[in-house]
Design a protein around this ligand. Sequence first.
Ligand SMILES: NC(=O)c1ccc[n+]([C@@H]2O[C@H](COP(=O)([O-])OP(=O)(O)OC[C@H]3O[C@@H](n4cnc5c(N)ncnc54)[C@H](OP(=O)(O)O)[C@@H]3O)[C@@H](O)[C@H]2O)c1
Length: 246
Amino acid sequence: MRKVLIVGATSAIAQATARLLAAKGDHLFLAGRAAERLEMVRQDLAVRGAASVGVFTIDANDRARHEALLNAAEQAMGGLDTVLIAHGSLPDQRSCETSVEQTLAAIETNALSVITLATLIANRFEACRAGTIAVISSVAGDRGRKSNYVYGASKGMVSLFLQGLRNRLAAVGVQVLTIKPGFVDTPMTAAIPKGGPLWAKPDTIAADILAAIEKKRDVVYLPWFWWGIMLIIRLIPERIFKRLSL
Ligand SMILES: NC(=O)c1ccc[n+]([C@@H]2O[C@H](COP(=O)([O-])OP(=O)(O)OC[C@H]3O[C@@H](n4cnc5c(N)ncnc54)[C@H](OP(=O)(O)O)[C@@H]3O)[C@@H](O)[C@H]2O)c1
């Protein structure tokens, strides 16, 4: 029975994952900034078999409260062995281009808050030589593109940070899982026209996240075929790539 903290627990992907964890009888502790929706998620998970479900209202950008969040999670569940960091925001790329403020806000939410949390959790898990840190990054972090490079740069920073963290924590048996979804049909992508084989549902991604945690994977592209797509995208020479509209 795991003791799982989920940050950004109102996210569609996080909720779908939490439902699977609840069905397994895990203890859950949910963190998010929208208290009312957090409570609705809590109630839903409580009837799906979770051993316990706690909540903690926090804006992930409030980094000064991250330690308090971890303490609360540990206290509520009698320990902590798994963390899923799921929060994120997709900024309007064009607005970011004319607003340093919006650019930095996106980096704050998607990268700095995640790195702060991961650092604090890593130190706790390193001390007890066990644990899983699973973070939702994105395929967007694999290569900068004009259509979303502010978001992509934030996710790229997270992916690289996690790579180093994994290298550090491998010696003590702590799993650091980088999750790189492609296109997922969630509120985050509500404004984007959907359809076609590249779009996945949160339930599909959630099942793959749980499998990746249980198989102690390091990096997963979700669904799996994004591994091949991103391999090709990364291999395109820069002199050609810079002229493409992707
Ligand atoms: N959807 C995709 O195509 C896709 C692809 C690759 C990666 N991802 C990543 O997957 C993760 C989950 O996103 P999703 O697709 O499930 O979208 P979502 O349902 O829109 O979830 C995003 C979540 O992030 C939370 N959040 C944003 N800023 C926050 C802050 N400052 N403090 C606390 N919570 C904050 C939101 O909280 P509120 O509910 O309060 O707004 C929401 O719960 C994100 O990291 C996203 O970048 C998504």
